[in-house]
Design a protein around this ligand. Structure first.
Ligand code: AKG
Length: 192
């Protein structure tokens, strides 16, 4: 397993935390077994569909609020618990929830944001696991948008965001015109 520090104490990238065989197995189990939904949010007074599929799995009564949506938890599946335990071991942190994103192709995306909701507390540790087709993950300083970086998140990788990363930086997964395959992303979180 290779690990690369992108910003000291804030952003660490681990390549190949899962074997190829497990990447394929988890990808199939998650695509078919997760209760995917496409939420609608209000933007500039209009209802718009979120440009990806999402799902929220968590311990009982662990709800999550973002973009005006209240997510109530699905029950953990066996494979999500396995992936969570591997992520916990590497990050040395316990998680009680996961937000899943399914990018069906290049026009599915995630806009600029920080995971800084109150429920996550100060300096949250978030473990972001990728299965499937690699996509570019961009991050930029909140105070200086020209200070922008990117990293390609590969199949079977873990990106650990911690310390004041959410306070100081924003991140996004932009649309792409390239012919890309499907990608699943799991962000393990600890709701207070
Ligand atoms: O898909 C990704 O790599 C990013 C996901 C993300 O930013 C989020 O769930 O908040």
């Amino acid at each position: 397993m290779n690990n690369r520090v992108l910003i000291e104490d804030k952003l660490i990238y681990f390549e190949d935390i899962f074997e190829k065989f497990d990447c394929i197995r988890y990808f199939q189990l998650l695509i078919n077994g997760i209760n995917w939904q496409q939420d609608e949010i209000i933007m500039f007074g209009k209802k718009v569909k979120v440009p990806r599929l999402t799902a929220w799995y968590a311990n009982p009564n662990v709800n999550y609020r973002y973009s005006g949506l209240l997510l109530t938890p699905n029950k953990w599946t066996d494979e999500l618990i396995e992936i969570k335990e591997i992520t916990e071991k590497i990050s040395n942190h316990k998680f009680n929830s996961v937000l899943l994103n399914h990018y069906r192709g290049g026009s599915d995306s995630m806009g600029w944001h920080s995971d800084d909701e109150k429920e996550l507390g100060k300096n949250p540790t978030i473990g972001s696991v990728t299965f499937g087709y690699p996509r570019r993950f961009l991050y930029r300083e909140k105070n200086n948008h020209n200070n922008k970086f990117d990293i390609e998140l590969k199949d079977g990788s873990l990106l650990l965001m911690k310390g004041d990363f959410q306070e100081k930086y924003q991140h996004s997964v932009p649309k792409t015109a390239k012919a890309v395959g499907e990608r699943l992303n799991l962000t393990f979180r600890t709701i207070k």
